[in-house]
Design a protein. Sequence first.
Lengths: 113, 109
Amino acid sequence: KAGVTQTPRYLIKTRGQQVTLSCSPISGHRSVSWYQQTPGQGLQFLFEYFSETQRNKGNFPGRFSGRQFSNSRSEMNVSTLELGDSALYLCASSLMTGILEQYFGPGTRLTVT
Amino acid sequence: AQRVTQPEKLLSVFKGAPVELKCNYSYSGSPELFWYVQYSRQRLQLLLRHISRESIKGFTADLNKGETSFHLKKPFAQEEDSAMYYCALSENYGQNFVFGPGTRLSVLP
């Protein structure tokens, strides 16, 4: 099976702009979770989507949002970008909700200037 | 609130030596605990889960609820074990998921 894919792999944006990141889970996986990874804060859980519904949410401001489509693909959106949003954004998929055994994508490296 | 701590940022051991990567957690309920590993230029991947009670690549981890610890151990380290190791906790089957800060293991020849 193909692994989790994320697009784009690298992105440079300016403060104030918005960005959309995409994640395609492993075929048959219905849960997608998003994480932010930074040197200072480490890996932080953003949210989880299952069956097109947000099931769990981490402690991030409302500028961070996401959605899931009927084919389980997920997008994450960050509006009004801040310098501190520069990070590696990881997507992980699992068969069902509950984030038990997750498979991670390669990540999207977002740089905000 | 949940919290996962890994006291060592970097741990260096010689090949063939035992290794123990420490993980402590704070959570009032019954946690689900994991170890994830990231080898150089590879994706983050699950190494083992506490409920599986299995040994993966020679690594084992025992949940000690009294000490709220989930240390990762291997009796004889190999150079290919060099990687970043993250301890993680999930509550109530996915109600939030918290990673520790990670420990970089370096196995020296």
